[in-house]
Design a protein around this ligand. Structure first.
Ligand SMILES: Cc1ncc(COP(=O)(O)O)c(C=O)c1O
Length: 375
C-alpha cells in the first residue's frame, strides 16, 4: 500500500499521518536556534535515560490537572515515540504465551509491539462508546491464565475513532482494581477534540497507581521528533522500564527533547493545536458528508468527535478484497481485518481524514463509493 500511495494520483486514507503543511517548521527552526544558543553543547551530549528534567516537569505539569492530582516529574519517562513505550512495556510485562486484554478492534502498532514478545490476546467487545464493561468482566472471570494487562485507547481510538464513555472509564478502572490488573492507557489523540466535553482519563480514577499512561508529541507537533512520554506511578515498574530503555537506546534524543520543550513552552504551541483541530474538524466533516452523499446505503460509518480516523463498515463485503478494486480506482484505506487480533472480522475500514485536502477527500470518497458499488 505504501508503494501505491507514493503515486501522486492516488488518494490515501490509509496512513495515520498528520497534515504536513501545518507542521510548525519555522517555529521549530527558531526553537532549535534558541536551544543551541541557550543550552549549547549539553543539548548534543548524552543524557539521562528518564529524559531531560525540563521535559519531565512539562509533562507532569500539563497532565496534573487532567489526572486530578499532582504528578511528580519523577513519574514521567520520556520515550522515543509512544511506539517505543509500547515496546518497553511489552518487554517488561510479557513472557511468551502471556495473555493481554485488548479492545476489539485495537491499534495495529500495539499488537505488533506485543507480538514481538509472543503475547496472546483476549478481546473485549466494544460499541460506539468504546469497551463494554460487562464484557470485560466476563473475559476476566473466565481468563486462565490470568492476563498481564489491559491495553486501551480512550479517546478517538485507532482504528475506530470511538471515545470511551465517561461512566465506563471509572467502571473499567474499578473492575481492573478488583482483579489487580494493570491498565495501559494510550492517549495520543486527546488534544485533537473537535467538539464535546473533554473526558477525564482513566488515570484520574485510579486509586493505587494501577494505570500506566502514554502520551505523545507526534499528533500535536510532529512525529519526526519522536518525543513521547510515559507516566508510571508505580516506582518498581518504572525502574524496570527505565532499565529496559537503557538496554534499548540509552536515552531519547537530547536535542529533540530540548527543541520540543522550547516550542511547547511558547504560546505558538497552543495556537498550533487550535489550528490543527480546526483543519481536522473540517476534514472530518467533508469526509462524513461525502460518505453520506456518495456511499451506497449499505455502508455504515461514524462521525468521531476528534482524532484522525473515521470507521466504516460494509456488511457482507471483505474490505481486503475491496482494497484491490480501490487501488485500481486510485484510492486506498486500511482494511479492518488487521486491527482484529483474530483477523476474523473483515467488513471494516479505517479512513484517515487528517492527511488529505478537503478537495481530495471528496474525490477520494467518490472513488471509494464507486469501488464499493462495483464490489
Ligand atoms: C494508538 C496509538 N498509539 C501509539 C501510536 C504511535 O505514536 P508515536 O508516534 O508516539 O510512536 C499511534 C500512532 O498512530 C497510535 O495511534
Amino acid at each position: 500500500m505504501l508503494k501505491v500511495t507514493q503515486q501522486p494520483d492516488v488518494i490515501s486514507f490509509g496512513g495515520g499521518l498528520p497534515a504536513p503543511e501545518l507542521f510548525p517548521t519555522s517555529e521549530i527552526a527558531e526553537s532549535t536556534a534558541r536551544v543551541m544558543e541557550r543550552v549549547g553543547p549539553a543539548a548534543l551530549q548524552y543524557s539521562v535515560t528518564e529524559g531531560i528534567p525540563e521535559m519531565r516537569s512539562w509533562v507532569a505539569q500539563r497532565l496534573s490537572s487532567r489526572f486530578n492530582r499532582t504528578i511528580a516529574p519523577e513519574e514521567v519517562l520520556v520515550v522515543n515515540g509512544s511506539q517505543q513505550g509500547l515496546d518497553l512495556l511489552g518487554k517488561v510485562f510479557i513472557d511468551p504465551g502471556d495473555h493481554i486484554v485488548l479492545e476489539n478492534p485495537s491499534y495495529l502498532g500495539a499488537i505488533q509491539a506485543f507480538d514481538a514478545y509472543e503475547a496472546r490476546y483476549l478481546t473485549v467487545d466494544t460499541d460506539e462508546h468504546g469497551m463494554l464493561a460487562d464484557s470485560l468482566e466476563r473475559v476476566l472471570d473466565r481468563a486462565d491464565p490470568f492476563p498481564k494487562f489491559l491495553y486501551l485507547i480512550p479517546n478517538f481510538q485507532n482504528p475506530t475513532g470511538r471515545t470511551l464513555a465517561a461512566q465506563r472509564r471509572e467502571q473499567i478502572v474499578r473492575i481492573c482494581e478488583r482483579y489487580d490488573l494493570p491498565i495501559i492507557e494510550d492517549d495520543p489523540y486527546v488534544e485533537l477534540r473537535f467538539e464535546g466535553d473533554v473526558l477525564a482519563p482513566l488515570s484520574s480514577y485510579a486509586k493505587r497507581g494501577g494505570v500506566i499512561y502514554l502520551g505523545t508529541g507526534s499528533k500535536v507537533v510532529a512525529p519526526g521528533l519522536r518525543v513521547a512520554w510515559l507516566v508510571i506511578p508505580d516506582e518498581e515498574t518504572r525502574e524496570k522500564v527505565v532499565l529496559a530503555k537503557q538496554g534499548a537506546d540509552l536515552h531519547s534524543g537530547t536535542i529533540t527533547q530540548y527543541v520540543f520543550h522550547d516550542y511547547a513552552s511558547t504560546p505558538a504551541f497552543e495556537e498550533h493545536i487550535r489550528q490543527i483541530v480546526h483543519t481536522y474538524r473540517r476534514r472530518r466533516d467533508v469526509m462524513h458528508d461525502a460518505l453520506r452523499e456518495y456511499a451506497p446505503a449499505s455502508v455504515e460509518f461514524n462521525r468521531p468527535q476528534g482524532g484522525m480516523f473515521l470507521w466504516a463498515r460494509v456488511p457482507g463485503l471483505d474490505t481486503t478484497q475491496l482494497l484491490r478494486v480501490c487501488t485500481r480506482e486510485r484510492v486506498v484505506f486500511v482494511p479492518g481485518e488487521s486491527f482484529y487480533p483474530a483477523r476474523d472480522v473483515r467488513d471494516g475500514m479505517r479512513l484517515n481524514f487528517s492527511n488529505a485536502s478537503e478537495e481530495r477527500i471528496r474525490t477520494g470518497i467518490q472513488r471509494l463509493a464507486k469501488a464499493i458499488a462495483e464490489a
